[in-house]
Design a protein around this ligand. Structure first.
Ligand SMILES: [Fe+2]
Length: 193
């Protein structure tokens, strides 16, 4: 036969208090864990919203694998000046202006009537820069007002130079136009002697 254990009134009260205190401790622990989860969720969602804001703020950046990367500009985006330029004061030309002025060298006239034309951008020994953000993007050859050839260049660091060949005769006016992506279109002319 099983024995039935009877407890005194005080023992019942002690058991009740013990259960109550355990319940209180469990509730407190539960509230602490819940608060931690809520805080962690808020922190994660805030960080996520921040990234989206950054992406919208500047379209020139992209986020790849959580790392912000600057998107390279295209050739068209970098060419921002197509204004035709000239010397502000022909009697006192600045280094900036010489730097954009085509230097034209005519070779000897060949038996077939052709002449080699060498062009460097930058005169008086001042060479135009050729870097990613600033370069000569085209050079054209114009003879007596008619464009004969156009050469385009990428911003790959190549020297701002071009070579042409054209049939020329005495008195012809050879004009070269050069486009700087930042500072507009500059020209220079020579007359065939
Ligand atoms: Fe320039």
């Amino acid at each position: 036969m099983s024995k039935v254990k009877f407890l005194s009134k005080n023992s019942y009260f002690e058991q009740f208090c013990l259960i109550l205190s355990k319940f209180y401790i469990h509730m407190k622990l539960f509230r602490f864990i819940t608060a931690g989860i809520v805080l962690a969720s808020v922190a994660i969602s805030t960080q996520s919203c921040g990234n989206e804001t950054e992406q919208k703020k500047d379209s020139s950046t992209i986020v790849k694998d959580s790392v912000e990367v600057v998107k390279p500009k295209t050739r068209e985006e970098l060419i921002i000046n197509r204004k035709e330029m000239s010397f502000a004061k022909p009697d006192s030309v600045t280094d900036f202006e010489w730097k954009h002025t085509p230097d034209i060298t005519l070779g000897k006239s060949e038996k077939d009537g052709t002449t080699a034309i060498s062009v460097k951008i930058g005169s008086k020994g001042i060479v135009h820069p050729s870097v990613t953000e600033h370069w000569i993007d085209f050079i054209t050859l114009v003879v007596n007002g008619t464009e004969l050839e156009k050469k385009e260049f990428n911003n790959d660091g190549a020297a701002p130079e071009a070579s042409f060949t054209a049939k020329l005769k005495k008195g012809d006016v050879v004009t070269v136009n050069a486009g700087c992506n930042l500072h507009g279109i500059w020209k220079n002319s020579v007359t065939v002697k």
